[in-house]
Design a protein around this ligand. Structure first.
Ligand code: GLC
Length: 546
């Protein structure tokens, strides 16, 4: 099937690598760029097309590298520029495209720009960040909050506050200043010249804040879609998602279009109240973000066909004209296996989720370790916590360490991740749940992922076809993926009981005979002449009409 006329990333399969946790190559207990290079054959053998690497820039690591102090270099803990160049080359040889994480909203407070800006009210870079006088009572200029209860930190020396949506060590850049724009565009050019194929733009709808500094309205509950980031019950209408962000995003796109020969992929981390709020981020003329992340399945924490159906229907209603993404897990969230499965049914649920992830319309983003069904392992006590959010909110919220534990490669000491004590404790289940064991087992989650990825790549309907939801069964989520070449039926029993899916009530299924392409429970190729499908608990089927 020829996909040549469409951009490579539409419907493509992506893998997210949290670098510190993927593979240590130099025996310091921290994953690094050379570690990724060592594992490229593995990544290629699974069939991934794009690799999104989390930030590798020099950083004081207050926020896992999302606090950058030099945008043009590599953190010595993670490697060198030569390692990065080698990674791009070696990835390219294996048809893997590197997408890097870029944090444009804020820098580290130890970045030379901020050190300069902070040095005096008269610094040439003062206006590169957001500085304001105290309120009449000497307190912060307004009620804005984010990772901290106030997003303003007082600087004694210059007697003004600076703004930071995230930690105080992550001051927000002032994107209304053209010099900031210019400096950050130079960063984009630098990495394009290194051969990256795109950027994952961190918190890209947080770039601008209200110029008049109006207070955010206070509400009874933290808005659900911001529960990970907001410490105060307020509606951040003056700090997130301001319309003027679009002009900046357009300017970023335009800059890339004028300076680069090939179209760069822009993935946007965009947190919004409803899926329809993502639409403007594609740009009126498709001149903004290529793939805004759709996080709406990550808001669900119970495996229930009705809630998945509703979230998928909402997304299709608004996004069907656009390419989209499917995300179930990432480095900020509890892994989907932990959210949706118990220890006992984890393997079955992991396969069921894989079936969905790889057959929905959106480009699947597979968070490292999902392919072997890795589960969260939160810190056991506050002394083990690395993620400061966990320290702040302990014990109600234990932070994000649980989903960032080292990759489980084999059952040797330290799981083949490192030779020494890892920077974050391993999940002890690595002894049973690891890549080596699963490669050897034809029925493993890993081999099932491989099979599904290959299917997605051989059927254009799975990659780019329409999606039609079927029925309203309380247990079975059913949908069709279709294009002019083929028609694929996906059945997912989201319950722990046997369920009967009565396909004969759908006229469009009737004229066809269905052949099994993949099943969570068996490898046996079957033809179904009857449209009554008896599904085992958590069984998923992918069928093709003949
Ligand atoms: C994004 C990152 C998250 C980080 C935050 C601040 O949400 O995914 O890990 O803490 O930005 O940079």
């Amino acid at each position: 099937m020829a996909f040549d006329t469409e951009p490579w990333w539409e419907g493509a399969v992506f893998y997210q690598i949290y670098i510190r946790s993927f593979q240590d190559s130099n025996g310091d207990g921290i994953g690094d760029l050379r570690g990724i290079i060592q594992r490229l054959d593995y990544l290629q053998s699974l069939g991934f097309e794009g690799l999104w690497t989390t930030p590798f820039y020099p950083s004081p690591q207050v926020d896992g590298g999302y606090d950058i102090l030099d945008y043009f270099d590599i953190d010595p803990q993670l490697g060198t520029m030569a390692d990065f160049e080698k990674l791009v080359q070696e990835a390219e040889k294996r048809q893997l495209k590197i997408i890097i994480d870029l944090v444009l909203n804020h820098t580290s407070d130890r970045h030379p720009f901020f050190i300069d800006s902070r040095s005096s009210r008269h610094s040439a870079k003062r206006d590169w960040y957001i500085w304001r006088d105290p309120a009449a009572n000497g307190g912060p200029p307004n009620n804005w909050a984010g990772f901290e209860k106030s997003s303003w930190t007082f600087d004694r020396k210059s007697r003004q506050y600076y703004y930071h949506f995230f930690y105080r060590q992550q001051p927000d850049l002032n994107w209304r200043n053209p010099c900031v724009k210019k400096a950050m565009f130079a960063v984009l050019d630098f990495w394009c010249d290194k051969g990256v194929k795109g950027f994952r733009l961190d918190t890209i709808n947080f770039l601008l804040e209200d110029e008049a500094l109006r207070d955010n309205p206070i509400v009874d509950r933290v808005p659900f879609y911001l529960k990970q980031v907001l410490s105060i019950k307020q509606l951040p209408i003056y700090t997130i998602d301001l319309r003027a962000n679009h002009d900046l995003i357009k300017a970023i796109r335009q800059h890339l279009t004028s300076n680069q020969q090939e179209e760069l992929l822009l993935i946007g981390e965009i947190w919004v109240p409803s899926v329809r709020d993502l639409v403007p981020y594609y740009g009126e003329h498709r001149d903004e973000i290529s793939l805004p992340f759709n996080f709406f399945l990550t808001n669900l924490d119970k495996l229930a066909a009705a809630s998945f159906r509703e979230a998928i229907a909402d997304a299709e209603e608004c996004l069907s004209p656009y390419p989209t993404t499917t995300v179930l897990s990432n480095h900020d969230l509890v892994r989907a296996t932990t959210r949706f499965a118990s220890q006992e049914n984890s393997e079955a649920v992991a396969k069921l989720l894989a079936t969905m992830l790889l057959t929905l319309r959106g480009a699947p983003f597979i968070y490292y370790g999902s392919e072997i069904g890795m589960r969260d392992r939160p810190p056991e006590n506050i002394d083990q916590v690395q993620d400061r959010r966990g320290k702040f909110h302990w014990p109600e919220y234990k932070g994000r360490d649980g989903s960032r534990t080292p990759m489980q490669w084999d059952d040797t000491k330290n799981a083949g991740f490192t030779q020494v004590a890892p920077w974050l404790k391993l999940n002890p289940d690595y002894v049973q749940r690891n890549v080596k064991a699963q490669l050897a087992n034809p029925d493993s989650i890993l081999n099932y992922y491989k099979k599904l990825i290959a299917l997605r790549q051989s059927y254009s309907s799975l990659r780019r076809g329409n999606l039609t939801l079927l029925g309203d069964d309380p247990f079975v989520l059913a949908y069709l993926r279709e294009d002019c070449d083929d028609s694929i039926l996906v059945l997912l029993n989201m319950s722990e009981q046997k369920s009967l899916f009565r396909g004969e009530i759908f006229e469009r299924l009737n004229q066809k005979i269905w052949k099994l392409l993949a099943s969570t429970h068996s490898n046996i190729a079957e033809n179904f002449s009857s449209l009554k499908f008896n599904l085992k608990p958590f069984e998923g089927l992918v069928l093709k009409s003949r």
